[in-house]
Design a binder for this molecule. Structure first.
Ligand code: ZN
Ligand code: ZN
Ligand code: FE
Length: 772
């Protein structure tokens, strides 16, 4: 006989870990106990050595679906005298350093019960168990216990309580456990009508949707606006009301077989769609569907997700056959453009009143707002575009320990990061920090997550941009809010991007990389707008080794919304005539052209930029793909979508300057490329060919510069980060070329390459700078 003490750290509370230990111990005839502690789970098991080995194997191999084991410490101790294995309920020593799991989609067992007329939870919209249901969004405090969640107000009925207390039951300590007798319920509200509850509420919602209405529906992390994806007039109404011109809407499909009818789904995509996180997955639209063209105008990709809460499952599986046809619904965040997602009932009734015809609400409060996550598959792997519900607040593991740090992130697609030890807690998606509502949402979330995980930051990190709301907040308020803060570290935008991809790939402090940070906008050390940057970097610093040649961008933001203005400016700077037959020239009125030319000649409000994102916009504009944009990177997205099949041809991107560090960065000349695009457009070359040549040119540039810098520095690791690497066509081509040449390439899979991943990089850079 032998007795082992196991200390298990990670996401092991609130995920059915103790019942799992209990189940296997009973099966193997082991005795001992399992208990939650401030660090995770402590278990002692006793039995014959071979059985104990089997037990350890089972822990390492299986584990309950939601658990993430970070570390198991095992020690042999003196034998005990128990006669069985028990779950120790003493909670006195339950502390607070363990994690809250993310919200998880309804599991197979619960789905079976949900649609079983004989089950006591038949069609109950809040069914859940130890392996599924809301977690992060309902948690007010740790330890993760019912009294610390928004379920505290519902007292469990006798039957629910019995399940909750039985270690052999699959609802043992399922904190949100509930049933129709004791739990939350649905309410349907429409102006001038009596409220209806339960299944009738669902039927009323389905009726509204079937008649072309828009409903505001409370889900897991906030409200959605919902309508029939096949109804043009419903979509037109939603677009007008929401003030959203052509940014694609996400869809929720009844199941995989429904989704297959509207999008192409590969194996990796299938797993991601049906996985427990249930993100929105960007998938290629099928050429013939009966969806409304207004779902995603001009876009070859559709964002699709499957139902992830029982409410969604019931809405998409109506009790009456007359609503059977409602199997694909538009499901977009319940907010006005640019505002944070609505979560509270009264807040939603007020803010969404003008957007929705009716409301489907419930009385389980959402404590932490959490938008849907968005993912793509690139090279068979997950590529996060937005990391939020289902993922947050799962920590990203760091390869080293850092002090407690708050990194406030960037401006658009803001997320922040709190570190403790070797864990980086990335917040859910906050939004574009351009208005007071989003700033308030940011502050609330900083408060919630720092309180929840007991993080008292000593260091605050922010972007160098003096005008970012997040940076201003860091300078003015972070110290007031967190008295332990000793210093503030400003991190250059593109350095943060490269550090972010390094950290999530586990690179160590002595690693250095050839980093490509390609994005739209970032504040440069020289005050210019950077965005086509090659950095020889480690966590402590970087050498700007190469960048796109500076081109003048008139009027900053106006040129971002109207890429034709940037295109005209780039043409002029490259000494190419404004030929009327170019779409970008035609898009600009004669008067605007005159003003633009004068502005450039006098150099008034013209900012130099090395942005790769702008180059994508300019090429999209010259090629006639897109002249004005209503959402970020629209031109680049449509340019990527215009690609058809393989094409090896390429434009030229010349490298100017030498590889000597002392003589400053290499310049990447873009005039020739612009001239070649213009020539092709005037020669009526197809857009598919132009876009292929352009993507090949950028990928070729990455390979050439990597070879060049490997020669100079002996570095062999290439890091790819920045919003441009959301572009799978670019990513695929770059990866292929780099691997062919024997480079180790690191890319993003846990946090987004766009500014949604910036905070992670800021945190590690600040950690290292402070250590120095
Ligand atoms: Zn379940
Ligand atoms: Zn109950
Ligand atoms: Fe960026």
């Amino acid at each position: 006989m032998q007795r082992l003490r196991l200390k298990i750290r990670g996401v092991v509370q609130g995920v059915g870990f103790r019942p799992f230990l209990y189940g296997h111990a009973s099966r193997l005839g082991l005795i001992g106990f399992a208990r939650n502690t401030s660090e995770g789970v402590l278990a002692e098991v006793q039995g014959p050595p071979e059985r104990l080995r089997e037990y350890q194997d089972a822990i390492a191999r299986e584990g309950p679906p939601l658990c993430v084991i970070k570390e198991i410490e095992i020690r042999e101790i003196a034998l005990g005298t128990e006669t069985n294995f028990r779950i120790d309920e003493s909670r006195s020593d339950v502390g607070s350093t363990t994690y809250v799991p993310p919200d998880t989609s309804t599991c197979e067992d619960c789905l079976r019960e949900l649609f079983d007329p004989g089950d006591r939870r038949f069609r109950y919209p809040f069914i859940n168990c130890t392996n599924c249901g809301p977690r992060f969004t309902i948690t007010r405090d740790l330890p993760y216990d019912r009294s610390n969640t928004t379920m505290a107000i519902f007292e469990m009925c006798v039957t629910c309580r019995r399940e909750y207390e039985d270690p052999a039951d699959r609802r043992f300590h399922a904190e949100p456990n509930a049933c129709a007798t004791c739990g939350p319920e649905l309410t349907f509200r429409a102006p001038g009508e009596a409220e209806v509850l339960g299944e009738d509420a669902l039927l009323a919602a389905q009726l509204t949707i079937a008649h072309g209405g828009v409903i505001a529906m409370k889900g897991v992390g906030g409200f959605h606006l919902v309508c029939d994806a096949r109804n043009d007039s419903a979509l037109a109404k939603l677009r007008t009301r929401k003030g959203r011109i052509d940014k694609p809407f996400a869809l929720m499909c009844r199941d995989l077989s429904t989704a297959v009818q509207v999008v192409h789904i590969g194996d990796a995509e299938r797993l991601l769609l049906a996985g427990s996180q249930r993100p929105i997955v960007l998938l290629e639209k099928k050429s013939r569907t009966n969806l409304s063209g207004l779902v995603a105008p001009g876009n070859q990709f559709l964002g699709v997700m499957l139902p992830y809460s029982p409410i969604h499952c019931l809405l998409l599986n109506p009790a009456r056959s007359e609503y059977e046809h409602l199997d694909v619904l538009v499901m977009t965040s319940g907010n006005l453009s640019d505002e944070p997602i609505a979560t509270g009932n009264s807040e939603a009734l007020e803010r969404l009143g003008a957007l929705a015809d009716a409301f489907l609400i419930h009385n389980r409060d959402i404590f932490v707002p959490c938008d849907d996550s968005v993912m793509r598959i690139a090279n068979g792997r997950e590529l996060p575009i937005r990391r939020s519900r289902g993922y947050a607040p799962m920590p990203v593991n760091l390869p080293f320990a850092v002090p407690q740090i708050l990194a406030v992130g960037g401006e658009i697609k803001n997320t922040f990061c709190l570190t403790t030890d070797d864990c980086a807690l990335m917040s859910q998606h906050i939004g574009d920090m351009e208005n007071i509502e989003t700033l308030e949402a940011f502050q609330r979330s900083v408060d919630q997550i720092s309180k929840l995980f007991r993080v008292e930051p000593e260091i605050v990190a922010c972007d160098k941009h003096p005008a970012y709301l997040s940076s201003r907040w860091a300078k003015e308020n972070a110290g007031k809010r967190f008295p332990n803060v000793k210093n503030l570290v400003e991190v250059q935008h593109h350095h943060a991007h490269i550090a972010s991809v390094m950290a999530e790939n586990g690179l160590n402090s002595y690693n250095q990389v050839i980093g490509f940070a390609f994005d739209g906008t970032g504040y440069g050390d020289d005050g210019a707008i950077w965005g086509g940057e090659v950095l020889l970097a480690d966590y402590t610093g970087f050498e700007r080794a190469a960048h796109l040649q500076y081109f003048p961008l008139p009027g900053g933001d106006a040129s971002i919304r109207k890429p034709y203005r940037a295109a005209l400016s780039y043409l002029k700077h490259a000494r190419i005539d404004w030929n009327e037959s170019l779409a970008c020239v035609a898009a600009c009125t004669e008067n605007e052209r005159k003003l633009l030319a004068a502005q450039m000649d006098k150099n008034l409000n013209v900012v130099p930029t090395s942005s790769m994102g702008r180059l994508f916009d300019v090429v999209a504009s010259i090629a006639g793909v897109r002249q004005t944009v209503t959402y970020e990177a629209q031109g680049a997205i449509e340019l990527e979508a215009a690609m058809i099949g393989a094409d090896e041809r390429s434009y030229s991107l010349r490298i100017e300057g030498s590889s000597d560090a002392a003589r400053g960065p290499i310049r990447i000349a873009i005039s020739d490329l612009i001239a070649e695009v213009v020539r092709d457009v005037l020669n009526k070359v197809s857009i598919a060919e132009i876009t292929a040549k352009f993507h090949n040119a950028v990928a070729g540039l990455i390979v050439n510069l990597s070879l060049h810098f490997r020669e100079r520095t002996r570095l062999n690791t290439v890091a790819l980060s920045g919003g441009c690497f959301q572009n799978v066509a670019l990513l695929d081509r770059s990866l292929a070329g780099l691997r062919e040449n024997g480079f180790d390439v690191i890319t993003h899979r846990h946090v987004p390459p766009n500014d949604g991943g910036l905070a992670l990089g800021q945190a590690v850079v600040a950690g290292f700078k402070s250590a120095k």
